[in-house]
Ligand binder design. Structure first.
Ligand code: DX5
Ligand code: ZN
Length: 220
């Protein structure tokens, strides 16, 4: 099972996003946190910035939408040509219909759950999704502490994916660092978002390599 390292540009210098992308060329994806100050108590960036990133990024964009009314907005984000669009289960009325609209527009469809939202009722929908995102912090801010208590949820998702035989990626987001990535990898994650750990490092490319090596010790 491959390991994917997905730096979150939330921790990058927003005045210099293009050069910040240059620091993470060894990554697999670029994680872009879209927040609307409604679904979460923070505001980051929206469509114009996503479109500009799409033009300059050599890595695929992994959009994490922390916005209300996902049914309406997630397909619009998919139309930017993003590689992957993840919306929150708590923000959608029609989870399956929205996932299908993402795939129709050529994007991978991701479903995210907040720490307080169970995953079990969504596991029967696995064929509709390309990725599940198990949040390991409350969404809204970078630099928070990893919630190890989410690992049982991750293990259940991992078991369901294995049983299904489907190639659904399992992503974790929040507090991932050299100290925590092995815990998440051992519990079944294969796609690791890391904001402050990567962009806060002196050498971001080296940090990405380190994270990948640590995670790879636990994937088979
Ligand atoms: C939090 C965001 C994360 C955040 C992670 O709501 O979804 O992607 O950037 O930041 P770190 O890695 O610093 O916890
Ligand atoms: Zn995120």
């Amino acid at each position: 099972m491959p390991v994917r390292i997905d730096p979150s540009i939330l921790a990058a210098d927003f005045a210099n996003l293009e050069s910040e992308l240059g620091r993470i060329r060894t990554a697999d994806l670029v994680h872009v946190d879209v927040m609307d100050n409604h679904f979460v108590p923070n505001l980051t960036l929206g469509l114009p910035v996503v479109e500009s990133l799409q033009r300059v990024s050599t890595l695929p964009l992994d959009l994490h939408l922390m916005i209300s009314d996902a049914d309406r907005w997630a397909p619009v984000y998919a139309e930017t040509g993003a590689f992957s669009v993840t919306f929150h289960a708590e923000a959608a009325d029609d989870v399956v219909g929205t996932a299908r609209q993402l795939r129709d527009r050529g994007a991978r469809a991701g479903l995210a759950v907040k720490p307080g939202t169970d995953i079990d009722s969504y596991l029967e929908l696995l064929p509709e999704f390309d990725m599940l995102l198990i949040m390991t912090v409350e969404p809204g801010f970078g630099g928070q502490s990893f919630m190890a208590e989410m690992m049982p949820k991750l293990r259940r998702a991992s078991a369901a994916v294995a049983k299904s035989g489907l190639d659904v990626w399992l992503q974790v987001d929040g507090g991932i660092s050299a100290q925590t990535i092995e815990i998440a990898a051992e519990a079944g994650a294969d796609t690791f978002v890391a904001g402050s750990a990567v962009f806060g490092a002196e050498n971001a490319a080296e940090q990405i390599t380190l994270l990948r090596e640590l995670a790879a010790k636990h994937t088979h």
